[in-house]
Design a protein around this ligand. Sequence first.
Ligand code: COA
Length: 373
Amino acid sequence: MIKAVISGTGLYTPPATIDNDELVEAFNQYVEMYNLEHADAIERGETEALQPSSSAFIEKASGIKRRHVIDKTGIIDPKRMAPYIPERSNDEQSVQCDMAVVACNEALAQAGKTASDVDAVIVACSNLQRAYPAVSIEVQAALGIEGFAYDMNVACSSATFGLQAAVNSVESGSARAVLVVSPEICSGHLNFRERDSHFIFGDACTAILVEREEDTQPGHGFEILGTRLKTTFSNNIRNNFGFLNRADESGIGKPDKLFIQQGRKVFKEVSPLVAETIQSHLDSLSLAPGGLRRMWLHQANLNMNQLIARRVLGRDATEDEAPVILDEYANTSSAGSIIAFHKHKDDLISGDTGVICSFGAGYSIGSVVVRRR
Ligand SMILES: CC(C)(COP(=O)(O)OP(=O)(O)OC[C@H]1O[C@@H](n2cnc3c(N)ncnc32)[C@H](O)[C@@H]1OP(=O)(O)O)[C@@H](O)C(=O)NCCC(=O)NCCS
């Protein structure tokens, strides 16, 4: 039987960063401008005055300190509050493809492989910058990979769902090796004018190479012991942007055409589901939670991750056991748990077991249990 292993990971981090103070300053300038412009209506009680944001709230509520973004200037301009990412001609590589190529090349180098060793590319992320041709096929062409490619979207769980698809392809024999790439430009769908969530997201791209065990060097990479996917429908995280928007002009530009969530409800409903999913997945593999060396959790909220780790382990997890990258990256959607894995996997020793776990809109949860070879 063919067994799949993770033989390499890569990461593209945009150089520009915005810390909480810079983001809050821009937001509060926007609030002042808005309240001044609507002063009469506010005075008459017809419009509600906007409330300022605060860095202290952001760090306490989420654990986020800063985020990397593709474009900083547009986001912190209170008159714009959206990234400025110029459209490119059809002859140029797309932004997502640029990010993907960097991350994929690092994953290939880590595995000691080249494009000729790979048969498939899956671009798995929350937002695709166009409907078609598939971004994955563009990445495939840019890397010079034969075979096939496709895009998929399961919001924050895209990468772990993509991992399961890659494992299936490798273990069924339809591909020798598969790259799972998550180019997340979350600043493109974040409403920087919304106080409840303007601080949540950042941009990054991850890549994972999944290969046949027999094609890898003994002792290199991570054996994939199992994958477990879970979805259950919820309206608490939504983005109604879509190709039918033009069929009803009344909705164009409304806040629901960007990311919108009931954060408190998401926290309460998703945390127990995630803990249960990890526990039952470990149980099905005859692994005890106490034997877990590391949990690379989705990076949306520090308090949420601490709660989930506590439920799984039955005690508080140390930062070594459940590493945090959201302080530096914020929520990078499906890339988050993979960034944590990429940055915090090399110190594990042969036989160490860990779980990569994503969760988010859908709701969707993806659990991937791995063992250091
Ligand atoms: C979004 C999130 C950080 C908000 O934290 P929270 O503790 O739930 O905060 P709440 O939205 O309940 O707001 C608490 C208070 O802070 C205020 N507040 C909200 N945003 C604020 C801001 N930017 N600055 C200052 N105060 C703010 C609220 O108005 C509220 O005030 P009140 O108590 O007077 O009503 C948190 O709910 C979260 O991360 N949830 C999980 C989301 C998730 O994982 N989503 C997956 C996405 S892919």
